[in-house]
Write a protein that binds this ligand. Structure first.
Ligand SMILES: [Zn+2]
Length: 469
């Protein structure tokens, strides 16, 4: 807790959720506030765009209106460090306006955009500038960017890092998009000294597909799973682990699906090495044997593995081996998912899940012992640190942006994909009964989602990594 200056006059208790308009100097009180010191009763004092103080309720300020939120949980605004927005170039897949409205509805106040599947892909400074221009005046929440590492663009990286990208993404297998080819070990070796020097992470899609790989027909979740075995993840992660040791660059493996590889990350942590790992809500919630054969909405890579893998991933989350949970929101038009025919072979690999990252993770995690404090680390603090935005984002502390997610972890509801804010109403969670509902989202002190809809004019900004600003 951090003390604010003592208030001279009595405060005012506010009404229930949805009753206030945020502006100027005000405060929110709850019995469950995710402070850096843990989830506890607290009052968050907001002054303009920033958090002014986080107070013990016994020290209620008297010079600002205090709205009592009861036992609604107050989190920092979520930081989703893995989102694919496809604008410019493929805005019909997903654009900044729809994606950031979906983010606000999900309690996400900062997202970091992957270098694909926009066109151009973000592998040059010019492409980054196109991205930023496309995002301008469309953002309901804040957006930062990654650069892509592809064969031949290593010379672009210094300028991209100078321009404030949050990390550099590489695919170790075909990305699904010919404009963004895989990086080989040679490309990684060319980039890692620079990333080590700058302290900026490499983000890696960790699957290596053998050149003689000959999968059988892909007809359902089981055959898709069989076509991308754990050995592909293992080959990539073992390579990355070796390179991390050699170059000492920060390295973050995204969307781990194979829980049997967790010991590699546990060993790196124990040695104090900068090798970290993300998993996604879909690997923590779904299981291959539970997916209907005719439903490719859950097709992604690496594939959704078995329930036993899901349980083992949860052990990695609870033990602290897994650092972050990111949505890997990877949209496409529903026709590309081949929903009518259930064609797993042709269906685009990607899951639309930005808006549901909180309830999906919480629903699967709470019965397994996930605490609110650990959840806030996974969804807020750790991703903000990873992408170099922790000076402003991911924590409720004086000086940080007043980004908040107010939510009810006990509320149960049924996902209806037609009600989602994302461009295409297509979700593998459609019809699922989930726990946890976002009631209100604040961006820099302004309500941007009121429990029903995005309510502000687009006030989101494009962000740069702190070391580059
Ligand atoms: Zn992705």
């Amino acid at each position: 807790m951090t003390a604010a200056s003592p208030p001279p006059a009595p405060g005012r208790a506010g009404g229930g959720l949805g009753s206030s308009v945020a502006q100027g100097r005000f405060a929110l009180k709850s019995t469950r506030v995710a402070t850096p010191a843990g989830v506890r009763p607290a009052i968050v004092v907001i002054d303009g765009e920033r958090i002014a103080a986080v107070l013990d309720p016994a020290n209620a300020p008297a010079d600002v209106p205090v709205e009592d939120l009861g036992d609604a949980v107050v989190f920092p605004g979520l930081v989703d460090a893995h989102v694919h927005i496809n604008e410019p170039g493929r805005t019909e897949w997903e654009g900044f306006a729809t994606a950031t409205r979906a983010a606000a509805a999900g309690g996400v106040t900062t997202l970091v955009d992957m270098p694909l599947n926009s066109s151009p892909v973000t592998t040059t400074l010019a492409a980054l500038e196109e991205k930023r221009a496309a995002a301008s005046e469309q953002l309901t929440v804040d957006v930062a960017f990654y650069a892509g590492l592809v064969p031949g663009n290593a010379r672009e990286l210094p300028a991209l890092l100078d321009a404030g990208v949050c990390g550099v993404k590489a695919f170790l297998c075909h990305s699904g998009l010919d404009e963004s080819p895989a990086a080989s070990e040679a490309e990684l070796r060319a980039a890692l000294p620079l990333l080590a020097e700058r302290g900026v992470p490499l983000l890696a899609h960790a699957e290596i597909v053998p050149t003689d790989h000959a999968p059988g027909a892909i007809t359902d979740a089981a055959s898709w799973l069989a076509s991308r075995p754990v050995s592909m993840e293992r080959a990539a992660i073992e390579l990355l682990d070796r390179l991390q040791q050699q170059f000492d660059a920060p390295m973050h493996v995204v969307h781990l699906a194979a829980a049997e590889l967790l010991p590699i990350f546990a060993a790196a942590k124990a040695a104090g090495r900068r090798l970290t790992v993300e998993t996604c809500p879909h690997y923590l919630f779904l299981a291959a044997e539970e997916i209907a054969n005719a439903d490719p909405r859950s097709k992604c890579a690496p594939p959704i593995r078995m329930a036993a893998d899901r349980d083992a991933l949860w052990q990695g989350v609870l033990a602290g081996t897994i650092d972050t949970v990111g949505s890997d929101h990877s949209p496409c038009p529903p026709t590309m998912k081949h929903l009518a025919t259930g064609d797993w072979q042709q269906a685009w690999g990607g899951i639309m899940g930005l808006e549901l990252i909180l309830p999906v993770t919480w629903t699967a995690g709470a019965p397994r012992g996930l605490t609110l404090q650990r959840l806030a680390e996974l969804l807020c603090a750790r991703p903000a640190e990873l992408v170099g935005l922790d000076d402003r984002k991911g924590r409720l502390a004086p000086g940080a942006d007043a980004d908040l997610c107010v939510w009810d972890p006990e509320a149960t509801w049924t996902v209806d994909q037609t009600q989602l804010q994302q461009r295409h109403k297509c979700s593998p969670y459609d019809g699922a009964r989930v726990r946890g509902r976002v009631r209100r989202t604040y961006l820099r002190g302004q309500i941007v989602y009121d429990g029903q809809k995005a309510v502000s004019q687009p006030t989101g900004r494009t962000l740069s990594r702190k070391s580059s600003t």
